[in-house]
Design a protein around this ligand. Structure first.
Ligand SMILES: C[S@@+](CC[C@H](N)C(=O)[O-])C[C@H]1O[C@@H](n2cnc3c(N)ncnc32)[C@H](O)[C@@H]1O
Length: 293
């Protein structure tokens, strides 16, 4: 339950994004923030892939949408420096607190607590709109991308990564299936609703970006070997699955006995994947690029 202080620290956003804003400012957003260092080891290679495709240049101005704890914003600012700039934008106060605390001093960057759907960006003032998994949570994605595109110069470009279908991401789904042996399934997420897999459909992403005025939309599939133990062995893989991601969401609000039984099932499911101290399962992303027409 959020207290008055929590509510006061949440940014005002598009009213349809209220659930997501509450989610990323609640216990889940806090767990993402607390797990920053571990999470960065898991997702760091994906930042490298994103930067490779986004091709930021010295002097450019970059927006990092849904920047979370800011690792990618820092990476963009390092390339853009000294004359460019990186703006990390996020609705999550816990994650932005981490971002502000962790970013090295002296880089040309700023973190703003704001909803990308409605934030009044200075029009035509950025060269690159980038995101690592921060654009799948908009209730009205076309309106959100119209707002973001307005911030880009006519020569501007977009590059982001998002997850492909759940079945192509067993690193998230295998722990969830183990949890479902103990708890009812979460209500199905509709194909147009926000969530981690909201941009899995190539047809939908293309429709959204073209609808928002982007051109030359390209989606390249990229497969990953995700060590969900991050070199910490089976216990670390189980704990990680219980802290963030769909398995942790499905267990929310369930009693301790159910939690312990689900934990044992996750362990059993993941054990066959243990090699040394790593637990490697497949992950699958789209690398999406477009031009601000
Ligand atoms: C899966 S996390 C990714 C965080 C970070 N980019 C990373 O890769 O570690 C999604 C992020 O999107 C942010 N987010 C969700 N809806 C948003 C919105 N409408 N405007 C800005 N940020 C948003 C969340 O607060 C969260 O930090």
């Amino acid at each position: 339950m959020l207290g008055i202080k929590d509510l006061m620290e949440q940014p005002s956003g598009h009213e349809q994004n209220a659930d997501q804003i509450a989610y990323w400012n609640g216990p889940s957003g806090q767990r993402w923030a607390d797990r920053h260092a571990v999470q960065e080891k898991l997702l760091g290679p994906i930042a490298d892939v994103l930067i490779d495709r986004a091709k930021p240049k010295p002097g450019e101005r970059v927006i990092d949408v849904g920047c979370g704890s800011g690792a990618t914003t820092v990476a963009f600012a390092k390339v853009a420096a000294p004359d460019g700039f990186a703006l990390g934008l996020d609705v999550s106060e816990p994650m932005l607190s981490q971002a502000r605390a962790l970013a090295p001093k002296g880089l040309p960057l700023e973190f703003v607590l704001a909803d990308a759907t409605v934030h009044p960006f200075e029009p035509a003032s950025f060269d690159l709109l980038a995101s690592r998994f921060g654009v799948m949570f908009f209730a009205d994605p076309i309106a959100s991308f119209i707002n973001l595109r307005r911030a880009l110069r006519p020569t501007g470009r977009l590059a982001f990564v998002c997850w492909r279908e759940p079945k192509e991401n067993p690193w998230m789904m295998a722990p969830l299936m183990a949890v479902y042996k103990h708890v009812p399934k979460m209500p199905p997420v509709g194909p147009e609703e926000p969530g981690p897999f909201a941009f899995a459909s190539e047809e939908r992403v293309t429709r959204i970006l073209k609808g928002a005025g982007f051109a030359d939309v390209a989606m390249e599939p990229h497969d990953l070997a995700m060590d969900i133990a991050i070199g910490g062995g089976l216990d670390a893989a189980v704990d990680g699955s219980l802290q963030i991601g769909p398995a942790s969401r499905a267990l929310q609000g369930h009693p301790a006995e159910t939690y312990e039984a689900a934990k044992a099932s996750i362990r059993e499911t993941l054990a066959p994947f243990l090699k040394g101290q790593s637990v490697v399962l497949q992950g699958a992303i789209w690398i999406v690029t477009a031009r601000a027409a």
